[in-house]
Design a protein. Structure first.
Length: 623
């Protein structure tokens, strides 16, 4: 058999982009415009690696549609002689028969649409579909056919394939097509999908990603049995096949790849002020390595000026510094781009849970991939400058990963700061550019105890870090402390005072008050029990007779109190999970006038109420 080397999408890294409805609509429009010709599905040269992997020389092969191009001919010439082509066009069939009657006498062609030709049951080992399913879907969109035609097509595939036979479908997989494939072939079929990026037969680069679905029939195909589900994905040609947990994982991954291709098209031109974020994932590895981005890249186009240093550059953010304003906010990123002096800067942050050896290895890994984000008119021979803050990659050690039923996935990590300082952070991954809690670490030689339960062990070495409760990492906590000066005789009398804090976080504010104001007895109300466990296990938060944590909704806790002076200070330091309101802290109910009246009634005559208010919607501020 002739061996022909295919051109595959072999890669260690692959771009993906979060799914949104606008990008999905743009993808579907491009699909309708782009998939008119079979050339966009690649020729035999581009597809032979897949065809030779899943076809054997003695297999009986049925090809659906596309009889006018040379793929069937090339299959035959490569040693696959038992090939039958089916096409709805009688003229196409006649032309193919005439072209092959002498050179390829064992090849047959049959007229039929959607496999409605008269084939015996279980008479083929392989069915190759190069755009036929996509064409049926487009016919449905134009009302030439109905959804039932696609179901009939799938039923015909199941009927003509032998047990162990393979349906090899090359498709651009719009959401509707993908849903139909996932729905029909989820029952008793072995399901595998490859990502391709072949060149077209005319040598042009494709606009949309092409997928190869390999669906293997079993004796249970069509049954409702879930025990035989084998779901696999391969993002590197025919190599590095990975098992996935569910069909929803397949759908999300494929759609994020499609979204990136649509996004990439919009990056061909410079657009002043534009911010676009894409993620770069490993194409293979364990489940966690593949599910968490190795790099996140924000493309920023300079606003209102030409780049004095050039058109395009890459800026690598050291580990642990990605939450800083300069790297995480739109305003900071634009300032960074302006200071760098390039028309477009790609700001790269390094993913948690991945290992990076040094700056040079990162540059080497990214040097080819980042060119996909360059403006189209930029010379590909020009050297791309890599920028950073020195050559230090920074250091980030993930100590613990967990999930809160209320707040989602989170990590606790130690990072290096300026001047050799180290900090411990709590970050919720649904907003990974925001530090929920931070504490400075200091070292001594005392051994730290192991965490209880299922928590990971804390690092033990000759200079174990511990939390410095005398340091307030958050600026607003320092302002809160100065607010205590409004309490009459708070320090001088030595009388016992009582405080209420709504919102625990890592416990930094509460422990500072506990350490420096010995006369203060503190109640902390925290809604999320996971936060309390994190504070105790990782931020050295401690309870005793002066420090109590109540796990309850702060709103209800205050509403349940009798209206009598109970506290000398009440502090709200609680965030809001409602992103639809332009107020990050506190939840809107906490600033309701009736509720604030209740808060006032709980304060002593000289008591102080301190509120951390973060409001980005100016209309919420009142007149």
């Amino acid at each position: 058999m002739q061996s022909v080397s295919g051109v595959f999408y072999r890669m260690a890294l692959i771009f993906r982009c979060p799914v949104n409805s606008e990008l999905k609509q743009r993808h579907d429009r491009l699909f309708c415009e782009y998939s008119e010709s079979t050339s966009c599905y690649g020729g035999y040269k581009e597809l032979c690696g897949f065809l030779q992997k899943y076809c054997k020389a003695n297999d009986r092969i049925l090809t659906a549609g596309c009889t006018t191009d040379s793929v069937n001919d090339d299959l035959y010439d490569a040693g696959f002689h038992s090939v039958v082509g089916v096409d709805s066009s009688e003229s196409n069939i006649c032309s193919s028969r005439e072209r092959n009657k002498e050179k390829r006498p064992e090849m047959h062609f049959v007229v039929g649409h959607g496999l409605k030709a008269d084939f015996d049951a279980e008479s083929f080992n392989v069915l190759i579909d190069r755009g036929e399913l996509d064409m049926l879907h487009k016919d449905c969109l134009s009302c030439e056919r109905t959804e039932s035609n696609i179901t009939e097509y799938f039923e015909a595939i199941k009927r003509v394939l032998k047990v162990g036979g393979r349906y090899i479908c090359f498709s651009f997989a719009t959401e509707d097509i993908l849903d139909k494939l996932l729905s029909y072939f989820s029952s008793g079929w072995f399901f595998r999908v490859h990502l391709l990026k072949p060149e077209t037969s005319d040598g042009k680069s494709v606009i949309l990603p092409l997928f190869c679905f390999v669906l293997t029939k079993t004796k249970f195909s069509g049954s409702s049995s879930q025990s035989l589900q084998i779901i696999e994905i391969c993002l590197g040609g025919t190599e590095n096949i990975q098992r996935v947990n569910s069909f929803s994982d397949i759908k999300i991954t494929l759609q994020e790849i499609q979204q990136y291709f649509v996004t990439k098209k919009s990056l061909e031109k410079l657009c002043p002020g534009q911010h676009v974020t894409v993620d770069l994932y490993l194409a293979s590895g364990n489940q966690k390595q593949r599910s968490d981005p190795r790099y996140s890249m924000t493309t920023v186009d300079l606003q209102g000026a030409s780049g004095k240093n050039g058109k395009f550059a890459i800026f690598i953010v050291p580990q642990g510094r990605e939450t800083e304003w300069l790297f995480s906010s739109s305003e900071g990123q634009m300032e960074l781009t302006s200071n760098a002096g390039f028309e477009r800067v790609v700001i790269v942050t390094l993913g948690r849970g991945h290992i990076f050896s040094d700056m040079d290895s990162i540059k080497k890994e990214l040097s080819t991939k980042v060119m996909e984000l360059a403006p189209r008119k930029r010379s590909h021979n020009a050297q791309v400058p890599f920028l950073s803050i020195g050559e230090d990659l920074g250091n980030r050690v993930v100590l613990h990963e967990g999930n809160s039923a209320l707040s989602g996935d989170y990590v606790v990590e130690d990072v290096d700061g300026d001047g050799g300082q180290k900090f411990r952070r709590l970050i919720f991954l649904n907003n990974k550019n925001v530090v929920q809690s931070e504490a400075r670490l200091i070292t001594d030689n005392a051994n730290l105890k192991k965490s209880k339960g299922k928590q990971k062990k804390k690092p033990v070495n000759s200079s174990n870090p511990r939390v410095d409760h005398g340091y307030l990492a958050c600026q607003h906590h320092r302002v809160i402390i100065t607010g205590l000066a409004w309490i009459e005789d708070f320090v001088t009398t030595g009388e016992t005072k009582k405080g209420l804090i709504v919102g625990l976080g890592g416990g930094g504010l509460a422990m500072f008050l506990y350490q420096y104001f010995k006369q203060l007895s503190i109640e902390v109300v925290e809604l999320d029990p996971s936060i309390s466990e994190i504070a105790k296990s990782w931020f050295d938060f401690k309870e005793d007779e002066r420090m109590k944590v109540i796990i309850e909704d702060g709103l209800k806790y205050i509403q349940s109190k009798e209206s009598e002076p109970s506290y000398d200070v009440i502090i709200f330091d609680v965030d809001s999970k409602d992103t639809s309101v332009g107020m990050s802290c506190p939840p809107q109910a906490f600033v309701d006038r009736t509720f604030l009246t209740q808060v006032h009634s709980l304060l002593s005559p000289s008591g102080v109420f301190i509120l951390n208010l973060v409001c980005r919607n100016t209309t919420l501020g009142g007149p």
